[in-house]
Structures are given as C-alpha cells and as structure tokens.
Design a binder for this molecule. Structure first.
Ligand code: GDP
Ligand code: IMO
Ligand code: MG
Length: 425
C-alpha cells in the first residue's frame, strides 16, 4: 500500500487538524512526521473544539492507529497535558497511540534556549512559538540530542545531566538563568508517564502495516513556506515540512508516497515574523482576522492576514508534488464583495514574475492582483450543489492557475462543514 500525505501549503494553520480528522476513517494509521508542540491542530465535532499539539489528529477515530514518528520533536511535559485533556473523552489512547523511539526529546532547557536565541536576535526575531523546537533539532543534528528510546536506558539520567550541562554553558553566555533543580522533578515525572506508552521501532511498525495492506495518512505540521530548506529562511521552523519529510520522518521509501493532499486557506495567514507579500495592514485585514477567528491555536497570537498568493502556492505545489488541493475557510470570504488573487510578484527592478525569488526576505515584493467577484452569501455547511456561482468561479480560476484539482472545500470548522467535490477539474 501507499502512504498518502496531507500537508499545509502556506505558513501553517491551514486547517490540517480538521481534515485529517475528516479523512481518518479512510485510514488504518495516521502518522505525524515532523514538528512538535509548535503545532496546534484544531478539530471540531459535536459542539466541542479540541486542539492537538503532538498527538496525531486521527486520535478521535476509534479504530485508527496513531503514530508519532521519528521526525517529531516530543516534549514529554506537553505530551502528558495533552493526554490528560483527552481523558474525559474515553478514547482508547493507550491502545491506539504509538511513539517512535527515534523521536527527539525536547527537554525544559530547550525552551530556555529558544527564548535566549530569540532575545539575542532582537528586531530580527523569528517569532518562534518558544516551545524549544529549534534547539532540540539543533541537538539532533549535532548528534548530542536525547531520543524517546533513551528514556528506557539505565543511564538516561546521566545522559540528561550531560545535555543540561551543555545547555547551561550556552545559557550562561546569554546571561540567561536556568534553575534545573526546579525544572527537573516535573520533567522526570513526565518522562515516567511517557514510559507507560507504546514506545516502538516505528519504521518497522509502519512498513509492516504497509506490507499487510494497511492504509496510512501522514500528517504534516506547519506549512511548506515554513520549511527549513524551502521556506522564507530564516523566518522558518526547523524541520522539513514538505512531502519529502514524510520519508525521513517516518522511515518510508519515496516510492511509497501516494496522494499528496495540499491544504490551503482561500486567503493567506501567517503568525510570527517574515515576508508576507499579500499581507493586508488595513481594515480588510482586520475583517479577515475577525471573521476567520485568526488567532494562533498554540500561542493565541493574532495571525497576520492577506489575500491568496498564487506564486507561493505554485511553489509549494511543485516542491511537494501535490496531487489534490483542499481549500479551507471559503466561508470567511463571504464578507467581501470583491476578492483579490495575487497572480504575480513585481520586484524592485520592475520585473514581473510568477516565481518565488531567492531574495524573498530582502526583496521588496509588490503583489500583482486579479480581482474576482465575491459570493456575498453565507456558505457554512452548504452542499456541493448549493455552491454560489461566484464561489464556483473562484474555485475554477484557482484550479486553472494551479493546475491541480480542488477536491475538497471546507465551509466551517466543524467536521460536517465539508464538501467532497465530485466535479473537481
Ligand atoms: P492547522 O494547524 O492546520 O490544523 O490549523 P489550526 O487548527 O491552527 O487553524 C485553523 C483554524 O480554522 C481552526 O480554528 C479551525 O477550527 C478553523 N477552521 C478550519 N476549517 C475552517 C473553515 O472551513 N471555516 C472556518 N471558519 N474555520 C475553519
Ligand atoms: P501548525 O502545525 C503556524 C511559526 C512560528 C514562527 C516560526 C518558527 O499549527 O500549522 P518555531 O516554534 O517552529 O520555532 O517557530 O514558525 N510556526 C507556526 N505557524 N502554524 C504552526 O503550526 C507553526 N509552527 C511554527 O510562528 O513564525
Ligand atoms: Mg495550527
């Protein structure tokens, strides 16, 4: 069997959690392949809203197995809080959740390092979620990190002390305080809790599932424009958020990748610093934020809002090999009588391009817009044959430009507010 991948094509928060939950009944396994508690994936059903950070979004489906893959950075403290929040829903978490022994551990000093590095950057700060993501991936790459499987080893405490010592040296250089005595008990408690879960050799687990015919959905975190290689560097996260990341983050061969679901909002948002060519710093941006409730699921920060950006979407589609597009939050644009679509970028030398320039961060990019008519009517929860003409025109325009069928339209946060299009181009 193949592994389908679902990932964000913009700067994160496209609605991945909702759609993984919607698609999960079709899959035997849902697997997260990168990122960590910087993610906030929202699911809504039966009038309840859930936000998941590290646990895959298939967890509410009783027969779906959920895997936290080796590419993830896992914070045991956040993990315990997440599990505790799920307790009242009587899910079979201990049965259905599997954690890779090769996932990297986030320890409390990683969060302190994140803060120290951001402070040192001053005005150039990334706008990190400060969950310790960057520093834990740094330790992984510099071959001094701790992994989930290490918690089972007799010398775990020794290894932990060594890493804390290294972190303390760096923190001292940043004049940052670390009271490890205070942090240690809470962390060790959370590690003891983590040990009671299924810590496994996930690459074997997943490949055996595939061999026996199981269907697998890989769930991305963040978005392609935050990818460490292809995003708006340095204003990015520290992992490969693109489809290739599913191979290294789960231990599956490239030939195993099946459908690549690329998910995007009908407009654009971004949290944190960095370029955002179509950002609306005006009344329209405010309206979008209010209507779309655009506040970070992890940090509560207001999201920057703007019109849809086709050059960057085309770039993401290219890098990921997207086979199906899923458009979210169509309902939010109901408030506008005119909808703008950025088709090209005008650069400071006057040239016009549909490509994302290398100097994405330093170049002054002016978006070139095409204007379409808005649908100006509520669409939340409508059926496919109730799609207003102007929304149909918007969808057709995007399909033509992006050259990939849009097979799903989301019209509200709830599971049920979802149109699976039979008539995709
Ligand atoms: P993720 O990180 O990609 O899972 O996305 P987030 O959960 O961070 O942000 C998406 C937000 O939009 C959440 O609050 C969702 O409940 C909400 N949402 C998802 N789809 C829709 C939609 O079609 N319409 C509206 N209005 N909200 C949506
Ligand atoms: P989901 O999975 C939106 C952003 C941060 C910051 C940059 C680096 O919910 O879509 P980091 O904490 O990784 O050091 O932050 O990336 N960021 C996200 N933005 N959605 C996310 O995840 C994000 N995860 C990180 O705001 O700009
Ligand atoms: Mg999110």
């Amino acid at each position: 069997m193949k592994v389908d991948v679902l990932l964000g094509l913009q700067w994160g928060d496209e609605g991945k959690g909702k759609i993984v939950d919607v698609l999960a009944p079709r899959y035997d396994v849902v697997a997260r392949f990168q990122g960590g508690p910087n993610a906030g994936h929202t699911l809504e059903f039966d009038g309840i809203k859930h936000v998941l950070h590290q646990i895959p979004s298939g967890i509410f489906r009783p027969t779906t197995k959920n895997l936290i893959g080796n590419g993830v950075v896992l914070d045991p403290i956040v993990f315990r809080t997440e599990i505790e929040k799920l307790q009242k829903f009587n899910l079979n978490v201990r049965e259905n959740l599997f954690i890779s022994k090769k996932a990297t551990l986030i320890i409390p000093t990683h969060r302190l390092l994140d803060q120290a590095y951001e402070k040192a950057k001053g005005d150039n700060k990334i706008g990190s979620t400060l969950k310790g993501i960057g520093p834990s991936y740094v330790d992984k790459i510099s071959r001094q990190g701790l992994r989930v499987g290490d918690v089972l080893a007799a010398n775990f405490q020794e290894k932990l002390q060594k890493l804390v010592g290294l972190h303390n040296e760096i923190l001292k250089g940043h004049a940052a305080n670390c009271d490890w005595k205070e942090l240690e008990p809470g962390f060790l408690d959370a590690v003891a809790f983590l040990k009671t879960f299924k810590l496994i050799d996930s690459e074997y687990f997943l490949n055996e599932e595939l061999k026996k015919g199981s269907t697998v959905l890989a769930e991305g975190a963040q978005g392609s424009l935050l990818d460490i290689d292809f995003g708006s560097y340095p204003f990015v996260t520290s992992s490969n958020t693109v489809s290739a990341g599913a191979c290294t983050g789960l231990g599956i061969a490239p030939s195993r990748i099946g459908e690549v679901f690329g998910i995007f909002k009908a407009y654009s948002t971004r949290v944190g610093s960095g370029p955002f060519p179509t950002e609306l710093l005006n009344e329209e941006g405010e309206m979008m934020r209010k209507e779309g409730n655009e506040y970070g699921s992890t940090t509560g920060r207001p999201r920057r809002c703007g019109w849809i950006d086709l050059p960057s979407l085309k770039y993401s589609i290219m890098i990921n090999g997207v086979t199906q597009l899923l458009m979210m939050k169509a309902d939010v644009l109901s408030i506008f009588d005119k909808i703008k679509v950025c088709t090209h970028y005008k650069l400071s030398d006057g040239s016009v391009t549909a490509a994302v320039p290398y100097e994405y961060v330093n170049e002054k990019i002016t978006p070139v817009y095409t204007e379409l008519k808005g649908w100006c009517s509520p669409v939340s929860g409508i059926l496919e044959d109730q799609i207003p003409t102007e929304l149909s025109q918007y969808i057709s325009f995007l399909e033509k430009e992006l050259a990939v069928p849009i097979t799903l339209i989301s019209t509200g946060p709830d599971r049920t507010q979802t149109i699976h299009r039979r008539n995709a181009a």
